[in-house]
Design a protein around this ligand. Structure first.
Ligand code: WT7
Length: 702
């Protein structure tokens, strides 16, 4: 690998996206000979094979890991930029590739091991054969009982239980587009997504265990249906899985002719076999809603062939999944990580994928390590927030258990080097190789990561671009920021890749504007080189080719590895009649990375009160969910604004994080800044210059 050059960047005043960043260059760590000896990817010519001269045909290598009903004729079609088409002419079924094709060799092997949260409930293993039987019966139910057909959308609002991937795979078998909404989102959030996707059917569950309690989940279906209706979408069937078949765990009444228990209806379809529908490679496989810069979440539309090829290839090479492995990704299937790296990627490779129902620290911080020991998990995948949480709650716990990870992943947020080192030394027992994978909901799979058997690891850095992904850094004017310059900029991807979303559901313009407008060199060009993908993350590129991700440059806050739009939270605040204006900013949190902090000003004549505070909190929890709960809600006399009336969120972010507010003399009301600072920080404010880049620049880039 390239030699390390010390990066003593000079601090200058921040200018737009190009900011000097200084950090200590970390030492490299190397994978063990034992890991390399068994790794899937050890061919040092991989980057040659995937270099630009071989693009796009290099991606055949991933697509060839799948079984196609019909081989494609065009690997990449660029005739309608930036709506790229992959493996055109190909026909494939995702469910067949994740289930049926493994039956010959692996029918008796565990496909999924479900670990219930209550520790006295033993783990349940589902073999590939059993998965096949369950998926087929449910597919028959969806087709014949729910009257769903290829191309229909279905909203799935479920917790971490095996019935969730079973439902997704049954949809995929029929070419029904699933839209899984994270179980922790509120009923309202679910309803808005159901309406946007035009779902006629909602699949949900009565309840599930979380932190030792049974959560009543069906109750939120009622709210979801009302909200969807207000938005013009009628959901006329609700299919309800029961956590314990035959026993209804919700207080919410069943509505006759609308609500059905899946376990009851399924009896009629038991043993049925449904032929997988041969889908065009470009047919949508699923939607995954994510937060963006406006209040409305966008439905990221993923294609069948390209997506499946990309997650399979990256699961094999980067996750190093072999069929013999017991692989545990602790993410929730309701996020993209779970779709790509709990369900589709691992199952396409015939792995055993572990699904854990509950919270990692229940009943104590030793739980994940007990699970790992009991199931003999050898690949572990989680987020920096979970790592920080487990370290805080029990730094020595991993030492008490006899498990052995060969491989570990960190994903979702930047990881602090000292947290990385605890992960490596204590969780990984210095045996496990670590990959820090950078990517987004829109990307389908990893964009930057080290190749575990080939590249050294560097704590805090995601690593180089993946094979066939050519990332680079651009400043606000579109000039490339050079490697080793110590300057931050916007990380972009030069080229299309098979895992990128097709579009935003129902909103082609938003897709173009969000990802391609900013740096498009020529809107009439059909050459992909003119269409770099804008990721909305700040990053620095070291001279060794490793990217260090600094965080979002737009109005998105990464809370515990989950993306929340500040505009969504602000809209929720504004539904409280007393609130005149609202601003949401990120504040640094020791465990969760960032959490939202809320500033509201009230309608003229109103005084701040606990009542208004509570109303704002309730509005956020019901409209979005508890994950969006702010650290603090400040009721302020006024908001700092520019003379043109623009609300200065950057100034509020600086106040919340004890940072210098910078030049405020051009504001319309600079005195407000002092008042607000005093309210938040007290009489003698402490303002420091250094803070994380995303917080320092918050609100500076559109
Ligand atoms: C945002 C995407 C894709 C997996 C889960 C999150 C941040 C993601 C890393 C990483 C630093 C990271 C970025 C990105 N992010 N991975 N390894 N290091 N930051 O998906 O909800 O779409 O969020 O998460 O800011 O834009 P998501």
């Amino acid at each position: 690998m390239a030699n390390i050059r010390k990066q003593n960047a000079v601090a200058t005043e921040p200018s737009e996206a190009q900011i000097a960043v200084h950090w200590r260059e970390e030492e490299y760590y190397y994978p063990s000979a034992r890991f390399v000896g068994q790794a899937n990817l050890t061919d040092p010519t991989i980057m040659e094979r995937f270099r630009e001269e071989n693009f796009p045909e290099c991606f055949r290598e991933y697509a060839d890991m799948l079984d196609w009903d019909q081989y494609w004729h065009t690997t990449l079609d660029t005739s309608d930029p930036p709506f790229w088409k992959w493996f055109v002419g190909g026909k494939i079924n995702a469910c067949y590739n994740c289930v049926d094709r493994h039956l010959d060799k692996y029918k008796n092997k565990a496909a999924i091991i479900f670990v219930p949260e209550p520790e006295q409930e033993a783990p349940v293993a589902l073999t590939y054969r059993e998965l096949y039987v369950r998926v087929n019966a449910l597919a028959a139910l969806l087709r014949d009982f729910a009257a769903l057909k290829t191309g229909d959308r279905v909203t799935i609002h479920m917790p971490m239980v095996p019935e969730l991937p079973i439902t997704m795979l049954a949809c995929a078998r029929l070419g029904i587009i699933h839209s899984v909404v994270f179980g922790g989102f509120s009923g309202e959030a679910c309803g808005r997504r159901a309406a946007d996707s035009g779902s006629r059917v909602l699949i949900t569950m009565d309840g599930y265990f979380r932190n030792g309690k049974m959560i009543d989940h069906k109750a939120s279906a009622e709210i979801a249906l009302n909200v969807a209706k207000q938005e013009g979408q009628t959901v006329d069937k609700v299919l309800i899985w029961r956590r314990h078949a035959g026993k209804y765990a919700s207080a919410s009444p069943m509505v006759k002719g609308r609500d059905y228990f899946v376990d009851e209806v399924l009896q009629k379809y038991s043993g049925e076999v449904v032929d997988p529908v041969s889908m065009d490679a470009e047919a949508p496989l699923f939607l995954m809603y994510t937060s963006g810069t406006t209040g409305k979440p966008k439905g990221c539309q993923h294609r069948t062939g390209g997506y499946l090829a990309y997650v399979t290839g990256t699961s094999k090479y980067i996750q190093d999944i072999h069929p013999e492995d017991v692989y545990w990704c602790m993410a929730d299937i309701g996020w993209i990580t779970g779709h790509s790296y709990i369900v589709y990627g691992p199952l396409a490779l015939a792995a055993t994928s572990v699904i854990y129902e509950g919270v990692p620290t229940y009943p104590d911080a030793g739980r994940p390590w007990r699970i790992a020991e009991r199931l003999d998990v050898n690949i572990f995948h989680t987020s920096p927030t979970a790592i920080r949480m487990l370290r805080k709650a029990g730094a020595d716990e991993p030492k008490k258990y006899h498990y052995h990870f060969k491989h570990m992943t960190t994903v979702g947020e930047p990881i602090e080097p000292e947290v990385w080192r605890w992960y490596h030394e204590t969780v990984g027992k210095r045996e496990a190789v670590i990959v820090d994978t950078w990517w987004q909901t829109e990307n389908g799979g990893f964009l930057c990561s080290t190749k575990p058997g080939l590249d050294p690891m560097k704590p805090g850095s995601a690593g180089p671009g993946m094979p066939g992904i050519y990332p680079f850094i651009l400043d606000e004017e579109g000039h490339e920021v050079e490697a080793g310059s110590g300057k931050a900029g916007n990380i972009c991807i030069r080229n299309p890749w098979p895992g990128i979303i097709q579009t935003v559901w129902g909103d082609r313009e938003r897709f173009v504007n969000q990802y391609y407008r900013k740096y498009c060199k020529n809107p009439n060009s059909k050459d992909w080189h003119d269409w770099p993908y804008f990721a909305a993350d700040g990053a620095v590129l070291a001279s060794d080719g490793y990217f260090r991700i600094l965080g979002r440059v737009d109005d998105v806050i990464n809370v515990a590895g989950h993306r929340l739009g500040t505009k969504e939270i602000e809209s929720a605040c504004l539904t409280v009649p007393e609130v005149a204006e609202a601003a949401v900013v990120p504040v640094v949190d020791e465990v969760k990375g960032r959490v939202p902090e809320v500033y509201v000003s009230l309608q003229p004549g109103l005084e701040p009160s606990q009542e208004v505070h509570d109303k704002v909190l309730k509005a956020i929890e019901t409209m979005i969910g508890k994950i969006a709960r702010p650290k603090k809600i400040h009721i302020v006399p006024d908001m700092p604004k520019t003379r043109s009336g623009k609300l200065m969120r950057r100034v509020l972010a600086a106040i919340s994080n004890n940072l210098h507010t910078g030049d405020i003399s051009t504001l319309a009301n600079p005195d407000v800044v002092d008042k607000v600072r005093e309210m938040v920080q007290g009489k003698e404010p402490v303002a420091v210059k250094e803070g994380p880049e995303d917080v320092k620049r918050f609100g500076t880039v559109d």
